[in-house]
Design a protein around this ligand. Sequence first.
Ligand code: SF4
Length: 431
Amino acid sequence: MASKISLVKYTNSPDSLKTGIALCDGFKDLKQTDSVLIKPNLVAWDDRFPIAPFGVYTTTRLVEDLIILLKDFGCSRIMIGEGSVQFKKTVGTHQAYEGLGYQQLEKRYGVELVDFNQSKALEFIYHDGQVLHIASEAVETDFFINFPVLKTHGQTKVSLGLKNLKGCLKLSSKRHCHHPESGLEFSFSHIADFVQPKLTIVDGIYALEKGALHFGNAYRKEVIIASTDILGADLAAAQTIGYGSEDIAHFQHYAKRHGKSLSLADYEITGEALSDHVKPLKWDWTWTKDNTGPGIFEKLGVTGVALPKYDETLCSGCSPIANMSNILALSAFKGQPLPKVEILNGKKMKGRPGYDKTVLLGNCIIKANEDNPDITGAIPVKGCPPSESDVTEALKSVGLDVNILAYHGYMKQQSEKYNGKDGYDSGLYRA
Ligand code: SF4
């Protein structure tokens, strides 16, 4: 029998979600005695420059709706689990819970908040003996509900149900997925072999272009897509933002292993017509033709310095540093060619000949270039990830007159860019 996928318009709480779950028979395997774990997407928390929540985080509103529906069903053992990226040791999942109102949910409904970063890990072997360490609660719960956001992603094009499960991994395994030989999408597509959500709900109140963080743009979309079939939910959700299965490698890896169809014609879509909700969103940033910097470098005439485009090996720890170096290089530009410096990140970029200095941001890229004969002057910036001040000092040391305040101003602007705009309701991210 074809798996059902429901698509409903979000109009009110909790009825829209209730309808979406009913239309896909989402609770058909749920028992009142089940332990239930809800995995929203609370990707990271930044206490200095708060991440604008729209299209980035699962709305607290819908998470609360789901808790209400589970309570009405008779479930009493409800957990919420996430393993947010820790940009700083002291700022992680619990700060995200606090900032997004989850502690009110804990008090109001007696749900338990779990930080997967602190959980016991279970070991799973996949493919050729590769290992994933997964938070035990995610695997051992009776009824896992996967609750991603409708968003694009700069490395994987979309970040939906399959990608949301990456938050169940321990840090070492998150990094393992970005290893140059693992293949990011191949690796994380295996998490669903072990976690196996009973229900996937894609929160599409907002959809995010050029995500996964708030540097892209969020649009109000007001859809909820749900299915007991994780691939079905992902296929339908991706379609609403303009992506077919042929575009998304991790869909293909998962479908091949599980003998599943990648055609939406083989699923039963209930509720609204999917075609009424399609609005293509871009996932990618443009880069200069010679791979020396973001598209804006060409527009402004920035030359000399080279920042090749981030690749799939750049893991979350280093991604703020990569973004920061782009903004800092721009801040050094005063209309004249910049020093001939190449700035690398991730785990596999190779310094190219023709640059006086090559700045290597982080332990991985230092290692990847230790015997590179094309580099004449290496400036290693150690760390996993390196610190903001070390990166800034390294860029200054190679003659770039960078201004850290320009980066702080950019981050502040990104934090505040939706303030006061119609349709961007921060109340959806409070309980
Ligand atoms: S150095 Fe950067 S890319 Fe390498 S593992 Fe650490 S955070 Fe990830």
